[in-house]
Design a protein around this ligand. Sequence first.
Ligand SMILES: [Zn+2]
Length: 268
Amino acid sequence: MSRALIDTHCHLALLEERGLLQRALEGADAAGLEAIVTIGVNLEDSERNCRIAETHPRVWFSVGWDPQQPRPPDEAELRELATLLRHPRAVAVGEVGLDLFFRAGYHETPLDVQRRSLMRMLELAVSEEKPVLIHDREAHDEIIDALTAVSGVRGVMHCFTGDASHAARCVALGFVISFSGIVTFPRADAIQDAARGVAGDMYVVETDAPFLAPVPHRGTVNLPERVADTVSALARLRRVADDAVRSDTTNTARRILALQHAVADSRS
Ligand SMILES: [Zn+2]
């Protein structure tokens, strides 16, 4: 089995809270993951993920301010986010984005607040020359508008939930498509269609662990090792061998997150 396999998006700080960090890292190692990117949702969470990345050679982290945050980062917080981004193990700004799935107990942050947070974080990414990891829940058009408004942004459409034509719009903007366990769910026809059509050098895989466990693990706490199940589902959809999807997604993740250099360093 090739070692080429990268979970481009999971939340190790949340797995740590559940007492599952060691289990997650051991499982990832046994499953042959070359790298894991652990995602921050605000300043404090990004700092926690930074500490995890500092102590585990295959782990990298991102610096985020997600759309559920009740207000945009202020000037002092933006400076701290920028400082954290210059850490040698920081690879991206994210997650950031827009979330129009309003439910009590999930989040109720108004769209205009989300937009101001997103714009500040997109500008931070451009000024720090980092890719962005975009959270888009039921906000496809609004996300395209925001990304079009800031020149020089590039990155990953995390946990892609659009159809093939939306995937093509994102790719045209310079974004790669990240498929999660959702692609294994029944009734995910539109996402599966997007997975068949996207170019080999424009997609990656992720777990979003502890969320979104793929079939056949639905309803359990998700773990980075399960990125292999999403790879297998993509291989079936694209009618290629698992190894072809492993090499497509690993090469793309290394390129877009500038991990190649980093991975080589951590091995030497
Ligand atoms: Zn996430």
